[in-house]
Design a protein around this ligand. Structure first.
Ligand SMILES: NC(=O)C1=CN([C@@H]2O[C@H](COP(=O)(O)OP(=O)(O)OC[C@H]3O[C@@H](n4cnc5c(N)ncnc54)[C@H](O)[C@@H]3O)[C@@H](O)[C@H]2O)[C@H](O)CC1
Length: 450
């Protein structure tokens, strides 16, 4: 982000002009939210505080009752200039309509002092609406971790120039309310993550057939229900042919599902298989270990989910060359970090390390889903409905990712496309859906991508 700002400054912009643009853009949002009510702006010492002076000046110019609380003197040239250009009232404390938090933004370097934390909390309590500029004060920009306990929740957070990781990571994300981005002319930030957007998914070609659209083999285990859910989801993910490799013919299989109960090595020898999925319902016994090893030895594009992630060890990947996708939830991710010797608290750094060490795309799923690729690419999902927090939705996602992979998508695209479809299907399924309801919504989600 700083490099992106610097490139604008090298191109003739000044910090002051960027701040002016950022502050005016943020003021437009505060103006709309205020609806004529009084506004209190809390200004800190850095450029986040500088934005606050610009916002206050702009709101004053538009006729709103504004006052500034400034517990610390400006410490940057741009913030000093912004303060000098503000000719409105200052106050020790504020009460009323809108609280605008410009105490600290991306430059936060340590926890707030007790006095500053108490001031932020008091101002948040004493105003009906709370708006954070760039980041809520006390939130660490890269990790999304609060550096203090008991920080307030906000109704709106206005990011300046570009999204920071904290805007899309838990726990920060849930305290930010609505999030909006103010454009100040910063383009794509090198080495930063990109947001997962609605994909464009192709309609099958006129001469398509089931094998050109991709044969996906899902390798089941001792618990048939999970693999069955993955199969049903995969059938809505674009692949042309879904097969289940199982020891027994399960009850209640959909008519269209082909089930191969021949010995696994024999089933896996089919040269038409485009991709494999193993993990849902696999369990963790010796038979499960054997099935996982047989799948990995086949060296085809593969998705590992659930128990396969718990059984995975780095040595099992040594001879592989084909694309691999891992889909851990937070518990499985912790086990993978341990298996791959990755220690510490830096979630994004460690995801990159896991992707690099395993050579796999890692789709780390949860309320803040991230996709990391071995080449360092990072994709960030917008939050999906929290109704997804129910058993079986992970099996649906695994089936979808594998289906996109079998259909020919590059691994990182397969993961991103499936994550978008999964979130969209959850929106369309409404509240309290079951995984089966979610599967039924997939056709509607897919239709939105044509
Ligand atoms: N994105 C853009 O292009 C623009 C963003 N702008 C805004 O600038 C801030 C970042 O500004 P910076 O001066 O680097 O950081 P802060 O304002 O967050 O404050 C840093 C300042 O505060 C001191 N400090 C840090 N933590 C603490 C603490 N816990 N207690 C006391 N003091 C602390 C630190 O030493 C510095 O002196 C960004 O978020 C945007 O809001 C600009 O408008 C330009 C365009």
């Amino acid at each position: 982000m700083r490099a992106a700002e610097q490139s604008l400054i090298d191109g003739g912009e000044t910090v002051e002009s960027l701040m002016d643009c950022a502050g005016k853009g943020a003021a437009e949002w505060v103006w709309r939210v205020a609806g004529g009510r009084s506004v209190t702006v809390l200004c800190g010492p850095g450029n986040n505080g500088g934005d606050g002076y610009v916002i206050a000046r702009e709101l004053l110019r538009r006729g709103l009752p504004v006052s500034i609380v400034a517990p610390l003197e400006p410490a940057t040239d741009a913030a000093r200039a912004a303060r000098a250009a503000y000719h409105g009232p200052f106050a020790e404390m504020g009460k009323g309509g809108v609280f605008v938090d410009c105490l600290f933004g991306s430059g936060l370097g340590r926890p707030l002092s007790d006095e500053l934390a108490a001031l932020v909390c008091r101002l948040a309590e004493d105003h009906a609406t709370r708006v954070a500029i760039d980041l809520p004060s006390g939130i660490e920009s890269d990790s999304g971790q609060p550096l203090n306990d008991g920080l307030p929740d906000y109704d709106l957070t206005i990011s300046l120039g570009a999204w920071k990781y904290a805007h899309w990571l838990m726990p920060a994300m849930q305290a930010m309310g609505e999030r909006r981005l103010v454009d100040i002319g910063i383009g794509r930030v090198a080495d930063a993550g990109t947001m997962i957007r609605r994909p464009h998914l192709p309609t099958p070609a006129r001469d398509a057939h089931k094998y050109t659209r991709g044969l996906l083999a899902i390798v089941g285990g001792a618990m048939p229900g999970a693999a069955m859910l993955a199969c049903r989801a995969a059938a809505h993910g674009g692949a042309g042919y879904i097969k289940l490799f199982a020891d027994h013919h399960p009850q209640c299989a959909p008519d269209e599902l082909v089930i191969d109960t021949s010995p696994l090595e024999h089933a896996l020898a089919d040269r038409r298989i485009a991709a494999l999925l193993v993990g849902p319902g696999l369990t963790r016994d010796d038979a499960a270990q054997h099935r996982l090893s047989a799948v990995l030895a086949r060296d085809l594009p593969t998705v590992l989910d659930a128990d396969a992630l718990v059984l995975l060890r780095p040595a099992m990947l040594a001879a592989r060359t084909a694309p691999l996708i891992l889909t851990p939830h937070s518990g499985e991710l912790a086990q993978l970090f341990s298996a791959f010797g990755i220690e510490g608290e830096d979630r994004i750094g460690h995801l990159h390390e896991l992707a690099r060490k395993s050579g796999a795309v890692v789709a780390a799923k949860g309320p803040d889903t991230l996709v990391a690729a071995p080449d360092g690419e990072l994709r960030i999902a917008r939050p999906a409905p929290s109704w997804l927090s129910t058993a079986g939705t992970g099996d649906v996602l695994a089936g979808l990712i594998a289906s996109r992979l079998a259909n020919g998508a590059a691994p990182v695209d397969a993961a991103a496309q499936a994550i978008w479809l999964h979130g969209e299907a959850a929106h369309q399924a409404g509240p309290v859906f079951t995984p089966s309801d979610l599967v039924r919504s997939l056709a509607g989600a897919y239709a939105a991508c044509l």
